[in-house]
Design a binder for this molecule. Structure first.
Ligand SMILES: C[S@@+](CC[C@H](N)C(=O)[O-])C[C@H]1O[C@@H](n2cnc3c(N)ncnc32)[C@H](O)[C@@H]1O
Length: 316
């Protein structure tokens, strides 16, 4: 009994330390993230001269772009992908989610820490890769991970396929799979023979299309308060099926947790971004009921924004 209490206390201490360790420096990207610090616009423009036309000065007189202008953000992404990951061709169809690359990179760097000493032949499953295919691009180019990437949207899969075909360094690194049943997460994607070191996911957040549109309007209104150049009625892309699903983030996470048990021996770490911190508690409760061996919350912070990755494993 005494031994158990000592073990439990030590276990909690290690867990707590892990969480604190993961916050790293508040407001900063992961220390290994090559995009930490300010954007080096000189270098980015050298690699993508088109970006120059979209440069603006911020109130401190520093170079920036208008982040409400999707064309400018797409060009910034192209420049970042070329500079850091040697990706020559990348684009997304109109209206699709345009990802902030430094934040997406952080997810990869944080989950890489879960792998501990294993460095080679890492296999990762990205659930809901989107038209941008961003996690497989960054993970394959930063760590040489091999990916399977799924999505329910055939247009997203087609665009991801185009990105892979147009960049030599992505060839043979990413297998795309269309999820034919939107109620499934892993079922229909993980095959009997498969083994994954990690699964990852940036789940749809909103519970309805209306909620997604309203959130987009709020975002534009807030930006327009501080930036007169922002035109109302603009959209940031991705407010269609990419950003919502019935039941919103919480139901998506519950489905993922419930399905994960079926694949507990084939996957080492299941992970997902959790945007709403209030969703952590109920999911942790569910995971404990399902008998997981370990749960980690990896906190990430960029500027004012705190986000988190929930990770769980059934392996002891
Ligand atoms: C928020 S977007 C994330 C896209 C991309 N991974 C990113 O981070 O920018 C969520 C994606 O999940 C996809 N999705 C929704 N339900 C899914 C399911 N059951 N299985 C696989 N993908 C799904 C959507 O089509 C969408 O592309």
């Amino acid at each position: 009994m005494y031994l158990y209490i000592i073990w439990k206390n030590l276990h909690n201490l290690v867990k707590k330390e892990y969480k604190v360790k993961n916050i790293k420096e508040k407001g900063k990207l992961h220390p290994n993230n090559p995009q930490k610090g300010k954007y080096d616009f000189k270098l980015l423009i050298k690699n993508l001269p088109e970006l120059k036309d979209y440069l603006r000065k911020n109130p401190r007189g520093e170079d920036t772009i208008d982040f409400s202008d999707q064309k400018a953000v797409i060009l910034l992404n192209k420049a970042l992908l070329k500079t850091f990951y040697n990706i020559d061709k990348w684009d997304i169809p109109k209206g699709f989610l345009c990802p902030p690359i430094p934040g997406r990179t952080d997810y990869i760097y944080y989950i890489a820490e879960l792998l501990e000493s294993k460095a080679n032949n890492i296999k990762v499953l990205d659930i809901g890769t989107g038209a941008n295919c961003i996690y497989p691009i960054i993970g394959s180019q930063s760590y040489n991970w091999d990916f399977v990437a799924s999505d329910i949207d055939p247009k997203a899969i087609d665009n991801a396929k185009k990105i892979i075909e147009e960049n030599k360094n992505l060839k043979n690194k990413i297998i795309l799979k269309l999820q034919k049943n939107r109620d499934n997460i892993f079922v229909g994607i993980i095959e009997k023979k498969d083994k994954f070191d990690l699964t990852m996911c940036n789940p749809p957040f909103h519970a309805s299309l209306e909620a997604a549109i309203k959130a987009n309007e709020r975002k534009v209104n807030n930006l327009s308060k501080t930036n007169k150049n922002v035109k109302k009625g603009l959209n940031f892309g991705g407010q269609k099926a990419e950003l919502w699903c019935h039941g919103g983030e919480i139901l998506f996470l519950k489905k993922m947790a419930n399905e994960s048990i079926k694949f507990s021996s084939q996957v080492t770490w299941f992970t997902s971004l959790v945007s709403n911190k209030d969703n952590i508690k109920p999911i942790k409760r569910l995971l404990n009921k399902l008998g997981v061996k370990d749960i980690r919350i990896l906190e990430m912070s960029q500027g004012q924004k705190i986000s988190r990755v929930l990770a769980w494993t059934f392996k002891g």
